[in-house]
Every structure is written in C-alpha cells, then in structure tokens.
Design a protein around this ligand. Sequence first.
Ligand SMILES: [Fe+2]
Length: 246
Amino acid sequence: MRALVVSDLHSNAEALRAVMNRVRRKKFDHVICLGDFVGYGAQPNQVLDTMRTVRGAKMYIRGNHDRVAAGLEDGTGFNAAARHAAIWTRDHLSAPNRNFLRNLVHGPMRKNGVLLCHGSPHDEDEYVFHEHHAAQVFALDDAPVIFYGHTHLPVIFSQDARGRVKGASVRGEVIVKLDPSLRYLINPGSVGQPRDRNPLASFAIYDSKKHSVQFFRVEYDVEKTQAAIMGAGLPRILADRLAVGT
Ligand SMILES: [Fe+2]
C-alpha cells in the first residue's frame, strides 16, 4: 500500500487544495484520513466534497469535531470557539456531506496492516503527546504501524523489541525509513490547523513496501482562509492562529 495520509483538515479548503496540488503527480493507491475533516474553519462542504471524490481507496475515520458537527453530540466538552464552529458547521453542511459525516467510521480501523485512530486506539478524544503516552498505546495494541491525529503535531514514535519507546518531532520535509524490527506510532500533523508553530499544511505519504514515511509541508493561501472564517462570523482566534501555526 502506498497511502496519502492526512488528518485534521478542519474545513480548510485552501490548505487541502495545496496538498492535492503537491501530490498531483505522486503515486498512491489509498487515502487515509485520521479524522476532523471539519470544525474550526469555514469551508466544510468544499473539504468534504474533495475528500469524497479524491482518487484512491479511502480509509477514513471520524474525529471529535466530526462527531459534534454531524449532530451526534452537542459539544459540551469543547471550548467556546470550537463549539461555535462545530454548531455553525452543523447548520451549513449540505445533505450529502451531513450523511457522509454521520456515517464515518468510529476508529480504531485496522486495515492493510495498519491501525488508524484519531486520538488513541482506545479513545477518540485522548491526546498522545509524550513517550509515556505512546508507550501506553503500544502496550494496548500489537499493530506494527499505528497512525493517529488529534494533536496537530507531526511526530514519530518507535518501540523496540525490548519495549523501549523513543519519540521525535518531525520538522519540515523528511523521509523516514522504517525499521521492520520496530513498531511505530505516527502522526502526519494537521492539514488545516498546524500547531507546531509552522503555519504550513502538514501531511505524509506512507509506503508499506518500501517501509518509508515521507512528511511534507506546503504553503497555502492563509489570508483567503482567514477571510472565509471572518466572513462566516466565526471567532477571530480561529483565523488568527492559522498565520502562526498554533
Ligand atoms: Fe483536530
């Protein structure tokens, strides 16, 4: 499998367009999305229309924002800005996109030798930031490669045969060769709302035969995205943070 891996698109159609442009000539036969197609941003329908029609076999799971925007939950645990955006999204989805969101698979999804989850394999809402969190995830599942999102931070954790876990933040564009004797927990970062103080959209391409993950960062029209957010009457913080990647 050679898969385009995206996560946390957050209704940012400009960022997703830049990602799709970047991979236009690249080979991939699957598209993995680790959830949070929507929320925060003002272009949910454009993002969902693109993701529903992208080439490649789709391996999609839902995120916590998708759950609320689909009307499956009321967003009680969200901060005010996130809740505002989730409810705005719920009210602006086209009927096919609402259906699509409602029917997204609740992770974890195990397919083609990888495990996909939004937060962690046992909790959609859990944040995996540090090595001790990663160790817990490795302990609860024996999948050789696990992809996750939710933190919006590109990172790669590995675990060796003796159980030792190492984590490394991914900075910029790199190709990581995977050692078949190790297990991996990988976050491709966020397309639509990066939070590692780098405003460029983040994603990856995973090649299971070559045992490699390539991380990408692409520039997109942040100002246009911000104008859409302000034009929709969504909280200013949701626009401002895109310029700095927080
Ligand atoms: Fe997210």
